[in-house]
Write a protein that binds this ligand. Structure first.
Ligand code: DLZ
Length: 513
């Protein structure tokens, strides 16, 4: 039976379920670079270059493995610009008896695939994506009947299911979670690991020229593009992480340093999310490093939790909540993102650092995203859908299934508490505790009011005051609300006036939607 197997840009895994049981002789693997995918948001230029180059390298790899590949390049003259258009054209070329495809990662593309059987009149077999620990039914079975979805409990089930860091029925080390040990500020260190840089080969150079030509108006720069684009590159970066960074990853997970974009983070999420690395394989390697005494439990547990806990939980929430999740706006926030989220031109040093490196590399680590760019966007009352769009555009590892619940749910509390139990907000003090940013800033992190006061301070209290009706009864915010109530009236008035003046000047400076 002649079978057409479309492989999407985030399905770059040779063992993808769509190829299960397929034979080289009667299978056509179809890969499609299409305008719809490159422009449905204004992806960072490096994100486009990465995906297109990784797709081209993956096609070459599959060809080497013996598969017949039909590859549609973005600048092919007859390219229709959409997945559905290209499936139609491929059906005319190959006259397949059926289509076999692995389920899409996001609602938008899943809806297209769902329409193919009726549209083209041939059977379409949509297979589960085996690259995740829990499938949709398993997540739903776990979530059904629970009043609140707590990642920690889901994570424990994933530990039990995979056997990772388990000692019989108990967690290794007697605790499920070692996060308490993972909040150390970092000191500059000459021995700090650096992620590998990969020189562009001919294929990548071709893609860089294509992106420069067609997408020069997209955010970010192509200068210094150094991402790996093959499974072999990704494996080398993983080796480097396990050898040099995992041991200290946990302790410094929430730390930030000026001019140090990566610290001890793995920088593997782009490869993981496009399929060049296998999540469980990474977890097993981390576990082996612990067993061999090469990395402490707090680092290894924290790393594994990111993958089988947090990442899987995000996917579960995304599919469970449905396509309307993107419209959730619990706090009724409507401010556009400031223009300078696209330039990094702000005198707040922490934001200039996090945004500047993002524009340069299409990457920032999770605490920069959460504590700096996300925290600020939330404190000023940005429309969560606008924050979501920015993260989806700007980060190389961002696909909607993982980015949307992280941004709209965890970072912006737009879902009112499905993903997080309270809004992730902090004043300047916490940024100061976890970074050296404030020491390089023109604002004074110790001041709340006045020309030099760090804007995060007044904005933090103003946020709490503004949302007292919705958040005042949240037990996890009881302490800051008590603290706010104890402050003298004059101080509270001055704080709110400071925040109002800041927001007015922000709006006057202009904002982009
Ligand atoms: C993100 C992306 C981009 C920019 N371009 C393509 C493309 O041209 N062809 C392709 O197959 N995939 C691309 N992708 C990734 C898809 O958007 C991704 O597969 C879906 O988000 C999954 O639902």
């Amino acid at each position: 039976m002649k079978t057409l197997v479309p492989i999407l840009g985030d399905q770059l895994t040779p063992t993808i379920s769509a190829l299960d049981g397929a034979a080289h002789a009667d299978t056509i693997v179809l890969m499609m670079e299409v305008a719809d995918e490159t422009t449905y948001v204004r992806h960072h230029q490096q994100k486009l270059a990465y995906i297109l180059s990784a797709m081209r390298h993956h096609a070459a790899h599959l060809r080497d493995l013996g598969w017949k590949i039909d590859y549609v390049a973005l600048d092919d003259v007859d390219n229709s610009g959409s997945f559905t258009g290209e499936i139609g054209r491929a059906i005319e070329r190959h006259l397949p008896d059926r289509i076999v495809v692995t389920e899409a990662g996001e609602w938008r593309v899943a809806a297209m695939i769902d329409a193919w059987e009726t549209l083209f009149g041939i059977p379409v077999d949509i297979r589960a994506d085996r690259r995740f620990v829990a499938d949709h039914a398993e997540f739903d079975a776990w979530a059904d009947g629970r009043k609140t979805l707590t990642m920690e409990f889901f994570y424990r089930d994933m530990r039990r299911k995979t056997g990772l860091l388990m000692d019989g029925n108990d967690p290794v080390g007697g605790r499920w979670n070692f996060d308490k040990d993972n909040r150390k500020p970092a000191k500059r260190d000459l021995m700090m690991p650096r992620p590998l840089r990969f020189d562009p080969d001919d294929t990548t150079r071709g893609v860089l020229a294509l992106v420069a030509d067609r997408f020069a108006d997209h955010p970010g720069t192509l200068d210094g593009f150094a991402w790996g684009v093959t499974a072999a590159d990704a494996a080398r970066q993983a080796d480097a992480f396990f050898a040099h960074a995992l041991a200290d990853f946990g302790a410094y997970e929430d730390a930030m340093l000026t001019g140090e974009p990566n610290l001890w983070h793995s920088i593997l999420s782009p490869y993981l999310n496009s399929g060049l690395l296998d999540p469980l394989d990474l977890c097993r390697r981390a576990e082996a490093a612990y067993s061999a005494g090469r990395a402490p439990l707090n680092s290894v547990e924290g790393y594994i939790r990111q993958i089988i806990g947090w990442r899987e939980f995000m996917r579960g929430v995304y599919w469970r909540e449905g396509p309307a999740y993107v419209e959730r706006n619990f706090l009724d926030h409507h401010r556009p993102l400031p223009d300078w989220y696209w330039t990094g031109e702000t005198d707040m040093h922490c934001l200039a650092q996090a945004i500047g490196q993002t524009l340069e590399t299409a990457h920032a680590h999770h605490i920069q995203r959460l504590m700096v760019t996300g925290n600020f966007a939330l404190l000023i009352g940005t429309d969560p859908a606008a924050v979501h769009r920015w993260y989806l555009e700007i980060y190389l590892d961002a696909y909607e299934w993982v980015e949307l619940p992280n941004t709209l749910g965890m970072s912006q509390f737009g879902d009112g508490g499905i993903v997080g139990t309270k809004p992730y907000i902090s004043s300047g003090a916490y940024i100061n505790r976890m970074s050296d940013y404030c020491g390089h800033c023109r604002y004074d992190v110790k001041q709340r009011v006045g020309e030099n006061a760090c804007p995060f301070n007044a904005l933090y209290w103003d946020f709490l005051a503004r949302h007292a009706d919705k958040l005042g009864a949240n037990p996890r915010l009881a302490l800051p609300y008590r603290n706010w109530a104890k402050q003298p009236d004059a101080e509270r008035r001055a704080t709110r006036a400071q925040a109002a003046a800041f927001l007015t000047s922000l709006d006057a400076d202009g904002a982009a939607g």
